[in-house]
Design a protein around this ligand. Sequence first.
Ligand SMILES: [Zn+2]
Length: 323
Amino acid sequence: MRAKRSKKYRKLMHQYEMTFGFREPYQVLVDSNFLHAVDSFKMELLPALERTLQGKPKPLLTKCSLAAIMAAQPINPKTNQPYRPRHLPPPTELPLRHCSHNPESEPIDEVECLLSLLSPSAEVKKNKEHYILATADAPVKKTDKNDAQQRKRKRDEEREEERAIRRSQMLRLRARSIPGVPIIYVKRSVMVLEPLSTQSENVRDGAERAKFRYGLDADPSLEKPAEKEEPKKKRGPKVKGPNPLSVKKPKKKESGPGPAQLAKKVKQADKPNEDVSEKPEGEEGAAKPKRRRRHHKSAAPQDNDAAPSTEPGPEASAMEVDV
Ligand SMILES: [Zn+2]
């Protein structure tokens, strides 16, 4: 089961690398609920992330997530500061990701902060920095159901919890709408890497179609990218043989060795269009000098044909003398 899952995750991350340019170490934005879940299920942050991503992770905590964590903490009366929660790893393990959303650098809502980092531009949804989102449902407190006196308070707490859970689900939903955002979440003591979102699949499939067009390794199913690469390469030349494009290529090769031939061919091909425009330029002995000139220029980009009407003149005649 574990082996099967890690293989699946390796393939998933391979797709993120191929389609969206992800590279190790993977930058992982972890949110407050994720840290809470990791702690409550007694996972170790770095090893668990590494197993899930099948690669080296670089977890980051935004300032706004830190603010959300600390805001939920009781205040230590001695220091008048919130207690550092057990589920907050030291900065050596989880460095801060600085984010400034306003001139005062005041922390904003955690969900909005994360989404703004995942897709900085509001118009074009794009995960430019290749972040991975690590999140979880908001924690649910276990309350004593028999306590009649606290029933009302419980209802309030439950409402609050439901709201928090909806918010954590909304974060995942909105993250899925940004193409190329891998989402990790903790589901019942298991760290899960979500399959590609529809948005990500669309981009991947678009990229795949482009690969088809250019005749590079194309993998329609993408189920087994690694295994299928080899058969595809073998198949490549077979397909190329009867391909009409291959008829053209030999022509070019034939003309390759003989520059004069090439010049003639190019000349013939161009004749209908360019001769008309160039004829006034050299009226005497029109055809031959021009051919020479062309030949001379054929080494350079053809766009130059029109411009150097005066300069290459001597060269062209020199060529003529030579031959
Ligand atoms: Zn922020």
